[in-house]
Design a protein around this ligand. Structure first.
Ligand code: SAM
Length: 282
C-alpha cells in the first residue's frame, strides 16, 4: 500500500487532533502489531480507528475477515477508495464506543481486536472491550505510554489505579514495545506503548456481578489519600443499604486502614463479592 503521507496528500486530508488522528508511518511497527496478534485464516478481526487503512490491509492478508471501524466520514471515504480491491474488508462508519463487539460472529465464537486507538478515549474503549470480553479472544492496542504504564502497574505503586485492577481481572497482559513519536504523523508529544490483552477464559477471581466489581474499585480509588474504609463509606450501595463497612471488611478479610492502591486484584474481587452478597441479602 502507498505510504500514509502520500495518501493524506492525495486526498488533501489534514489530521484532526480531537479525533486523535496520528497515523503510523513506520511499517515495521504496524507489521509487528499484526504479527503479535497471531492472526490466522479463521480469524475475524475488528480494527478500531482504521484511519488510512495501512494496518487494515496488512491484517486482511492474514485474517478471514477484517471489520474496520472509523468515525471520521472523510477517512471512511479514503478507506473505501484505497481498500476497494480487497474483498475481505468491511468498513463501518461508527463510534467505537457504540459498536456491538458481539455482532461480527452473531454472538458465537470470538473475534480479535487490533488498533492504534485514539488516545483521548482509550479508557472508555477498554471499558467497552471488557463489557464484550466473552466475544473477544485478544486485543492488541497502542496506548499513550503513561496509560499503558497504569494498566500494567502493580499494587503499592503510584501508577496503580482503576485500570490496573479491572484489566488484569479479565485479561493476561503483555507489554509488546514502546513506540517513539517519530513513528507517527503528526508526531505526538508522548511515547506510546503497545499492549496485548489475552482475555481469560475465567476471571482471576470468580465474580457474581461485574458492575459491583467496577463500583467497588471506583469507590476504593475515589480519594487516593483516604483509607479504604472511608472511601467505601461513600459508595452508593453501602450508603443506600446502610451497610456497616467494618463488618464488610472483616468478612472480606481486609484491613480497612489500608488504602485502595495496596489491594491486589483478588482482594478487590473478594471485597466486591462480599458487598454484592450483603446487598442481595438485604
Ligand atoms: N489506524 C490508523 C493508523 O494506525 O495509522 C489510525 C490511528 S489514529 C491514532 C486513530 C483513528 O481512530 C483515527 O483514524 C480517528 O479518526 C479514529 N477515531 C477517533 N475516535 C474514534 C471513535 N470514537 N470511533 C472510531 N474511530 C475513531
Amino acid at each position: 500500500m502507498e505510504s500514509p503521507l502520500k495518501i493524506l496528500k492525495r486526498h488533501r486530508i489534514r489530521p484532526v487532533k480531537h479525533l486523535g488522528q496520528s497515523f503510523l508511518v513506520d511499517n515495521n511497527i504496524t507489521s509487528r502489531i499484526v504479527d503479535v496478534s497471531k492472526i490466522d485464516g479463521d480469524d475475524t478481526v475488528v480494527e478500531i480507528g482504521a484511519g488510512l487503512g495501512a494496518m487494515t490491509s496488512m491484517i486482511a492478508e492474514k485474517a478471514k475477515k477484517v471489520i474496520a471501524l472509523e468515525i471520521d466520514p472523510k477517512l471512511v471515504n479514503v478507506l473505501n477508495e484505497e481498500l476497494k480491491e480487497i474483498s475481505n474488508i468491511e468498513i463501518i462508519r461508527t463510534d467505537v464506543l457504540r459498536y456491538d463487539f458481539s455482532s461480527p460472529l452473531g454472538g458465537t465464537g470470538k473475534i480479535k481486536v487490533i488498533g492504534n486507538i485514539p488516545y483521548n478515549v482509550s479508557s472508555q474503549i477498554l471499558f467497552r472491550l471488557i463489557e464484550f470480553r466473552d466475544h473477544i479472544s485478544s486485543a492488541t492496542l497502542m496506548f499513550q505510554k503513561e496509560v499503558a504504564d497504569r494498566i500494567a502497574a502493580v499494587p503499592g505503586t503510584k501508577e496503580y489505579g482503576i485500570l490496573s485492577v479491572i484489566i488484569p481481572m479479565y485479561a493476561v497482559l503483555s507489554t509488546i514495545m514502546t513506540v517513539p513519536p517519530l513513528c507517527f504523523h503528526p508526531k505526538p508529544k508522548v511515547d506510546s506503548t503497545v499492549l496485548k490483552m489475552d482475555m481469560r477464559e475465567r476471571p482471576l477471581f470468580e465474580l457474581s456481578n461485574h458492575s459491583m466489581f467496577l463500583k467497588t474499585v471506583k469507590a476504593a480509588f475515589s480519594k487516593r489519600r483516604k483509607t479504604l474504609a472511608n472511601n467505601l463509606k461513600g459508595m452508593d450501595t453501602v450508603c443506600s443499604g446502610d451497610m456497616d463497612v467494618s463488618s464488610l471488611l472483616d468478612e472480606a478479610g481486609i484491613d480497612g486502614r489500608r488504602r485502595g492502591e495496596t489491594l491486589t486484584v483478588e482482594e478487590f474481587g473478594r471485597l466486591a463479592e462480599t458487598i454484592f452478597r450483603a446487598a442481595r441479602n438485604q
